[in-house]
Structures are given as structure tokens and as C-alpha cells.
Design a protein around this ligand. Structure first.
Ligand SMILES: [Zn+2]
Length: 265
């Protein structure tokens, strides 16, 4: 059964690659094609894993190989599906966890590659999460999920407003416009989604983990830029989506274990 889940995950990974290739630029799904010359890929090469296994990973026109990201997304999705199955087995929770994990993978890819968290991706999974609030057995009452969503939305929306104010004040002080936003509205919607799927009180810990990881990464980036490249840029906006997802995933998969550990301390 695990292998069926792995196979399902690999196929879903191929679909996620297709969405990540088409949605940020076109808002519609296109046939899989070569990233370099744009020609259509052969059916066997629609999945990076099957293309690699059958030695079809090079484009038949320009010879460009299938990208590492395509391969990684498929493998990671396959592993995540197996992981969800091994943790919770044949249950409604597993179905929801699989859907949420797929959304996580897709959002991480589009946020890193395009600095985009698109509503066309987040809103449908929020709809699934709203159904999950009532059907998913991890919640003893739907209010726990709904309150989590409200807290996730409210906290990041406040940050979003503060960030906007900060940018406006700083650009006035420096006398030049600052175009980069620290915290986009896509992050706000993403965090509402995470709140809905982990509920209270887990959303508080998910955000704490996310901001800690994001803060550490931003600090390292600033230090590296400053020391090595000797370029000081105060407003280096990094994509926060993947960090919010690190916190969200930790609470989604290990929320219960974390809470019992936290309460025992
Ligand atoms: Zn090509």
C-alpha cells in the first residue's frame, strides 16, 4: 500500500510541476514543455521521474535536460504521501494531510521561483480546509480550526499593514521609493490557510517556528551579503511563504506530539 501511495505522490508531483510552470505566468494550465526551447514534451517525459528512468530526460529538440526542480518536486511529493500514510493510515485525516502537503509543495515552489503565493492556489485549498474543519477527526470541534484560521489571518494581516507603514515611512525618510514589500498579501492568505488546518493553539506555535526560521535565514543572508559581497541592503525581502510552511508542516504532522511535550515541561 505504501508503494501505491508513493506512486500516487509521484504522479501528483508531476501535476504540481505542471501547475508551478503554468499558473504564475499564464493563469491557465499548459501542456508540459521544455523550459528552454518551448517544444512539447513526450508523454513519457511528462513526469521527470519516468523521463529519467526511461532515459528520455533530454529534450528531443534542443537536448536540454529535465530540470532538477521537476525531479525534486516529484520525489518529495511521493515521500510526503508515503509519510502521511505511514503516520495515520487509512483515515480521513490522511486524505486531508495529503491535500495540504501537495499545496505546501506547490506554494514553496512558486514563492521561491516567482515570489508569488497565488490566490488561485490558496483559495481552493482554503475551501478544502473549511470542509476539513468539520470532517477532519483531528478537531474535536470545528471552532478550533475556524479560530485558528482567524488568528492566522488576523496576526499576519496586522503584520502586513505594519510592513506597509514601515516601507512608506522609510521611503519618505530616505527620499526614494522602496518597491520591495517585506510581507505580501499572499503570505496573509497562506497563514489563514495554515491556521485553518492546524487550529488553535497550534497556529501560535506554527507562526513562532515560521518567524524564528525566517528571521534566522534573513539574518544569515544579511551577514553573508554584508561580509562577502560588501553590499549592505537593509530591505532584502526574502520569501516568507516557505518559512510559514515549515512551521505549519511541523504542527500539521507533529502538532499533537508537540503539545503533549510542551504541556509536560
Ligand atoms: Zn528543448
Amino acid at each position: 500500500m505504501v508503494w501505491i501511495l508513493v506512486l500516487l505522490g509521484l504522479m501528483t508531483g508531476a501535476l504540481l510541476n505542471l501547475l508551478a510552470d503554468s499558473l504564475p505566468t499564464a493563469y491557465r494550465v499548459r501542456r508540459p514543455r521544455c523550459a528552454y526551447c518551448g517544444c512539447d514534451r513526450r508523454l513519457v517525459a511528462w513526469s521527470a521521474v519516468s523521463a529519467t528512468l526511461t532515459n528520455n530526460h533530454r529534450c528531443r529538440h534542443c537536448g536540454a535536460p529535465v530540470s532538477l526542480r521537476h525531479l525534486l518536486v516529484e520525489l518529495v511529493t511521493g515521500l510526503l504521501f508515503a509519510f502521511c500514510w505511514l503516520r495515520t493510515g487509512a483515515s480521513i485525516r490522511t486524505v486531508f494531510d495529503i491535500v495540504y502537503s501537495s499545496a505546501f509543495v506547490l506554494i514553496v515552489v512558486t514563492d521561491i521561483e516567482h515570489r508569488l503565493i497565488q490566490h488561485v492556489i490558496t483559495l481552493p485549498v482554503i475551501a478544502v480546509a473549511l470542509v476539513g474543519a468539520f470532517l477532519n477527526p483531528v478537531f474535536d470541534s470545528p471552532n478550533r480550526a475556524l479560530l485558528g484560521g482567524a488568528i492566522g489571518l488576523g496576526a499576519t494581516f496586522a503584520l502586513y499593514l505594519l510592513g506597509g507603514l514601515f516601507v512608506r515611512v522609510m521611503s519618505r525618510v530616505r527620499g526614494q521609493a522602496i518597491s520591495e514589500v517585506a510581507f505580501g498579501f499572499g503570505d496573509v492568505v497562506l497563514n489563514a490557510f495554515i491556521g485553518l488546518i492546524v487550529g488553535v493553539p497550534h497556529i501560535i506555535f506554527a507562526m513562532t517556528i515560521g518567524f524564528l526560521c525566517g528571521g534566522i535565514a534573513a539574518t544569515i543572508l544579511l551577514l553573508v551579503r554584508g561580509l562577502i559581497q560588501r553590499r549592505y541592503k537593509l530591505f532584502t525581502a526574502i520569501p516568507y511563504g516557505p518559512f510559514l510552511i515549515v512551521g505549519g508542516a511541523a504542527m500539521l504532522y507533529y502538532g499533537r506530539e508537540f503539545m503533549s511535550w510542551y504541556l509536560r515541561r
